[in-house]
Design a protein. Structure first.
Length: 173
């Protein structure tokens, strides 16, 4: 919310814009995310874009901490759900019962992929899960190192081909 006025109008409070990611929408997103561990679906429910979430997570340390807490909570729920569904499947006596154990619109494959994604990011600094704008020098250094490795590999291949040609010529003599 802000205060606006002008053109001879009285100063008045304006409401939140439809595309604004204010505190209320942040809390809504974090709530949805803590239950699902799915950024895109949670962003859609909170009526913001996923890119807004990634940008806010990158730029706002407080949001980054809240995001990490919600992610930890969601991952614990996902793991518990995997255990519960696994037990249900083990108890199922027929294939029909096993098929009925996939519940609530999320199959075990999706749950496992979400848990695996979180596990890959565990232990990283908050906000390091996606590249930062400030990593430009590091990215340039990585690209430079990659180019050097590619050039060396190409030179090795050329040298290998040259040696093979020499060996063929010597065998012909």
């Amino acid at each position: 919310m802000g205060i606006v006025g002008g053109n001879g109008c009285d100063i008045q409070r304006r409401g939140e814009r439809a595309n604004e990611f204010g505190l209320e929408r942040q809390q809504a997103f974090l709530s949805f995310f803590a239950e699902s561990c799915n950024i895109k679906a949670s962003a859609k429910k909170a009526r913001v874009s996923a890119s807004t979430i990634y940008k806010r997570r990158r730029d706002d340390p407080e949001f980054r901490v809240a995001f990490a807490a919600a992610q930890d909570h969601a991952t614990a729920l996902l793991k518990a759900e995997l255990v519960r569904r696994g037990l249900e499947l083990l108890r199922a006596a027929t294939p029909d019962e096993a098929a009925g154990a996939a519940l609530a619109g999320m199959d075990a494959k999706l749950l496992l992929s979400l848990v695996a994604q979180h596990e890959r990011n565990a232990g990283k600094e908050l906000g390091d899960q996606n590249p930062r704008k400030s990593d430009a020098k590091e990215a340039a250094a990585r690209l430079q190192a990659l180019l050097i490795r590619m050039r060396l590999e190409r030179k090795r291949e050329e040298e290998q081909r040259r040696l093979e040609r020499l060996e063929r010529l010597e065998r012909k003599r």
